[in-house]
Design a protein around this ligand. Structure first.
Ligand SMILES: O=C(O)C1=C[C@@H](OP(=O)(O)O)[C@@H](O)[C@H](O)C1
Ligand SMILES: C=C(OP(=O)(O)O)C(=O)O
Length: 459
């Protein structure tokens, strides 16, 4: 650890610090059938809790994702002074502390495996006159936090302790006199954008975030939903400029969390790959900044029908009917990456079965996720006998109608690597073993039983 002084270490460095690895094998399966609702959207769930923390009154949340990442955010809200209570499955209430009411937590805040939880909460703490230490598991401790510390320090936050290279654990001293800034994000990141906007709640004047490529806009939508004065304008050909007026009074409002399209991606691709399958995924959020995978799969020839599209709480929500399909390789343009950033591991699996090459360009951000996903996907493809190459930040997968499978695939504390390669196993000749499924609980705790209920052979 480095300057100025090392923060205290978390007493529990992440939920999985000492949990034993759980290897699991997915085998070639008969047709998958059924109608399922995957759990609530992870991005919206984190934000519903954090906005509930700041709001005056009681925020009632339904459909909350009860994965470890979100539960760690709920625990942080409590440590910062809110009451966050579970009433039933996915049904929570948060009694907020109001715009200036956060308290210094008594112990380090442990965000486990979650980049979203820790980065958004750093922004939330920034505009308060409190001190908090942020920590996470071994994966989160490796991820870059400087991208958030840079704008927050510009606004007046003090980093009183940090680890090598601006990593966790680190301690922030917030201020209720933050300066509003205009900040252009150096990488397309909804987490960085959201941290600056959440800090902007406590800044005097207008905080402006400019992004050259639009990223998921759940924070902007929720700011408006809770009553903040926020303006979103186009910027350049693919970007946005977001302006937030400081010190709004946020009023508690109900939040109904739709199903997570990033979780749905796994049963969706499984249904495309396993012959004879037909699966319906209900109540999915189809925010246009989250649907890059669906667009890409449709270009590859996937039979995906959008049914019953409707507006719910400002988001388009629909069911998808997915049937087994013969896929063709395509080139995925780099500008689509923000709309499908978490979906590349499962797209690479779909590409393994497509005829010809699938070229995925501009994947540098994959290197700083729960694992280096570009390397982890490439290693997993190699372990399963799939031809591919990495050229700079591009991944090219050469697909075939039949795939051998194999493993064990190393998952590197990364839920999406584990789920993607289990899906591959369902359509492979020899099955696929992954070395650890425990991290699936961070985002999709019901993944294994839900896949088995559809007919997947996973043991
Ligand atoms: O804001 C969010 O909820 C998220 C933003 C994305 O991260 P980046 O902001 O690092 O791209 C994404 O990968 C993550 O799963 C959720
Ligand atoms: C990147 C992800 O999450 P986070 O950044 O919140 O850890 C993910 O869920 O794929």
């Amino acid at each position: 650890m480095s300057s100025p002084s090392a923060p205290p270490s978390s007493p529990v460095a992440g939920i999985h610090a000492s949990a034993p690895a759980q290897p699991v094998t997915a085998r070639r399966s008969d047709a998958l059938h059924g109608t399922v609702r995957v759990p609530g959207d992870k991005s919206v769930s984190h934000r519903a809790l954090i906005f509930g923390l700041f709001a005056d009154g009681r925020t009632h949340i339904t459909g909350l994702l009860e994965g470890e990442d979100v539960l760690n955010t709920a625990a942080a809200c409590r440590a910062l002074g809110a009451r966050a209570e579970r009433l039933g499955a996915g049904e929570w209430v948060v009694d907020g502390v109001g715009a200036r009411g956060l308290v210094s937590p008594a112990a380090p805040l442990d965000f486990g495996n979650s980049g979203t939880g820790v980065r958004l909460m750093m922004g939330a703490v920034a505009g308060q006159d409190i001190t908090a230490t942020f920590d996470g598991d071994a994966s989160l401790r490796r991820r870059p936090m400087k991208r958030v510390l840079d704008p927050l320090t510009l606004m007046g936050v003090e980093v009183t302790a940090q680890s090598e290279g601006g990593r966790l654990p680190l301690t922030l001293k917030g201020s209720d006199h933050l300066a509003a800034v205009t900040y252009e994000t150096p990488v397309p990141s909804a987490q960085v954008k959201s941290a600056v906007l959440l800090a902007g709640l406590g800044a005097t004047g207008e905080t402006v975030v400019v992004e050259r490529e639009a990223t998921r806009d759940h924070t902007e939508r929720m700011l408006a939903h809770f009553g903040a004065d926020v303006r979103v304008e186009p910027f350049g050909h693919a970007g946005r400029r977001i302006t937030l007026k400081g010190h709004p009074r946020l009023k508690a409002v109900p939040v109904d969390v739709p199903a997570d399209p990033s979780s749905a991606a796994f049963p969706l691709v499984a249904a495309l790959l396993v012959p004879g399958s037909e699966v319906v995924l209900t109540d999915l959020m189809l925010n246009p900044l989250r649907t890059g995978l669906i667009t890409t799969l449709q270009e590859m020839g996937a039979d995906i029908a959008i049914l019953d599209a409707r507006d719910e709480g400002g988001e388009t929500v629909a069911s998808l009917r997915v049937r087994h399909s013969r896929l063709m390789g395509v080139e995925v343009p780099p500008e689509r990456a923000p709309a499908m950033i978490d979906e590349y591991p499962i797209l690479a699996v779909a590409a393994a079965f497509a005829e010809g090459d699938t070229i995925m360009r501009g994947l540098s951000e994959l290197r700083v996720k729960e694992s280096d996903r570009l390397a982890a996907v490439a290693d997993g493809l190699a372990a399963c006998g799939i031809a591919h190459r990495v050229e700079g930040d591009d991944l090219i997968v050469s697909g075939r109608a039949t795939v051998m499978g194999g493993g064990p695939v190393k998952t590197h504390m990364d839920h999406r690597i584990a789920m993607a390669f289990l899906v591959l196993g369902l359509a492979s000749d020899a099955g696929v073993t992954v070395d650890d499924v425990s991290f699936i609980a961070t985002s999709f705790p019901t993944f294994l039983p839900m896949m088995r209920a559809l007919g997947a052979q996973i043991d």
